[in-house]
Design a protein around this ligand. Structure first.
Ligand code: HEM
Length: 454
């Protein structure tokens, strides 16, 4: 027990001889995380030979997230992530972060959201135009394609064509899939396997393309009202611009931070709606009233209240950024336990969001829970899908707007029938996402067959 705070320290039982709890975390991540809070508020696990400390209490999460200098983005995981993704604002350590954050922040001001929402609307409409009655679509695949295209086009607007966007997206996909394994088990990345060769090729293609696009922008000059124009124009407090390499790293980071997280949020929301027909009916009704047959856009955003609450509740139950890693820079005491410098600390919103003392009936999908104000959801640190402190998500408004518009637009037009026969299984890579969510589409506006045949 922690003298002052009453927080408990514990250890997770079991674990494999060499890999520790890595196997459990990989094979049944959610059950494993669910099992931790009963062990304590700070729980020691082993990842390979290293101990890691999981924050299972909101107060500890708050403490760690608001002390970036003391719990930094250093250590082997971030070294690997930076080797793959570069040093963008979401991956750099404390000492480089402030400058990058200052430069990036203006591009995410509320006044720019309207322009990004325009991109979202066009891409949602284009994606749904490709769908037809009776078609089977894997929503994981389709939504990832949609959100990474939105991120790319918000960045590069006019200068990126459909084919280029698709090529870039595909290369990004390959290296995104490789990063998690490389970060967790570095040795796996060094073997000369076909997968590793594919990864290396995708990385080269990706970097080359992004650098070419940025150079194009520099040469063309001017403000296109997109993210890249804003990043090129931005200066830090000493008047310095981002270098070409820093810009390229921001692109990778923005796609990583913004693409798969948002698509995961959409897919979990759709999946939860499938499992709760009474809430789905209300979402259909809201979409019918607010959108009146249109694809959702800026003028609808403020009126899609229920859909936005569905998205926020899906983010509670299945936070895409399910584990965020930090390293203790100096010797620290947490929950009465002393952590040595260099200890890995894991912040998991998934765990915090399912604590019954802060979220009554935590496993129940209830988009209206925020209306009643019941429970301790207002407790600092108990609802953190976007993290907190100095590194809090820059794209929260962007991501929630996009997920809301996508869910509403789909609901307005399509009824989805899940083919997986019930549950979906979670894949916990960098992002927590369903492995697959194949659905059959039926057009809600189509007349019933019997009537149509008359
Ligand atoms: C539902 C969707 C999203 C979720 C759940 C999410 C979650 C998060 C979380 C938890 C962090 C904190 C990571 C840390 O502390 O190390 C973060 C950081 C970040 N996110 Fe998001 N994010 C989402 C969407 C987006 C979008 C759409 C963008 C951009 C278009 C974006 C850009 C960023 C950036 C740049 C950072 C780094 C901030 C910093 O370190 O200063 N995110 N996000």
């Amino acid at each position: 027990m922690d003298g002052g705070s009453g927080l408990r320290f514990g250890r997770a039982p079991g674990g494999w001889p060499v890999l520790g709890h890595f196997v459990a975390l990989r094979q049944r991540p959610l059950e494993f995380l669910d099992s931790l809070p009963e062990r304590g508020d700070l729980v020691e696990i082993r990842l390979g030979p290293r101990p890691a400390f999981v924050l299972c209490h909101p107060d500890l999460a708050h403490r760690v997230l608001t002390d970036f200098r003391g719990f930094d983005r250093t250590g082997p995981v971030y070294e690997k992530v930076r080797a793959a993704m570069g040093s963008g604002v979401a991956t750099v350590p404390y000492q480089d972060h402030r400058r990058q954050r200052l430069v990036m922040q203006p591009a995410f001001r509320h006044e720019h959201l309207r322009g990004y929402v325009g991109v979202m609307r066009d891409e949602i409409a284009a994606a749904m135009d490709g769908w037809s009655e009776g078609q089977v679509v894997d929503m994981v695949e389709a939504m990832f394609r949609l959100t990474t295209t939105v991120a790319l086009k918000s960045l590069f607007s006019a200068r990126i064509g459909a084919r280029e966007a698709e090529e870039l997206r595909a290369a990004f996909d390959v290296f995104l899939r490789g990063i998690y394994t490389r970060a967790a088990l570095p040795v796996a990345g060094r073997l000369p396997t076909p997968g590793n060769r594919r990864y290396a090729r995708a990385l080269i293609r990706w970097r080359g393309e992004v650098e070419r696009l940025i150079e194009d922008y520099r040469q063309a000059g001017g403000d296109r009202g997109d993210l890249m124009s804003r990043l090129l124009a931005a200066r830090d407090d000493e008047g310095r611009a981002l270098t070409a390499e820093e810009l390229s790293d921001q692109v990778a980071v923005l796609l990583l931070a913004g693409g798969e997280t948002t698509s995961a949020a959409v897919v979990w929301a759709l999946h939860l709606l499938q499992e709760h027909p009474e809430i789905l009916a209300r979402v259909h009704a809201e979409a019918d009233t607010v959108l009146a047959g249109e694809t959702a856009g800026w003028e609808h955003l403020g009126r899609l209240d229920l859909t936005a609450r569905v998205v926020r509740e899906a983010l509670r139950l299945y936070p895409p950024a399910w584990v965020v890693v930090r390293t203790a820079v100096r010797q620290t005491r947490l929950a009465g336990h002393t952590l040595a410098p260099g200890s890995m600390v894991l912040f998991s919103p998934y765990i915090l969001h399912r604590r019954a003392d802060f979220h009554p009936e935590p496993h129940r999908f209830d988009p209206d829970r925020s209306l009643s104000g019941a429970g301790g959801a207002g407790h600092r640190g108990s609802y953190l899908p976007f993290g907190g402190g100095a590194t809090k998500c820059l794209g929260e408004e962007f991501g929630v707007a996009e997920a809301t518009l996508v869910v509403a637009s789909i609901a307005a037009r399509w009824r989805l029938s899940a083919l997986s026969g019930g549950g979906v299984s979670a894949s916990a890579r960098v992002v927590l996402t369903p492995k697959a969510f194949p659905v059959r589409l039926s057009d809600r506006s189509a007349r019933p067959r019997a009537t149509a045949a008359v």
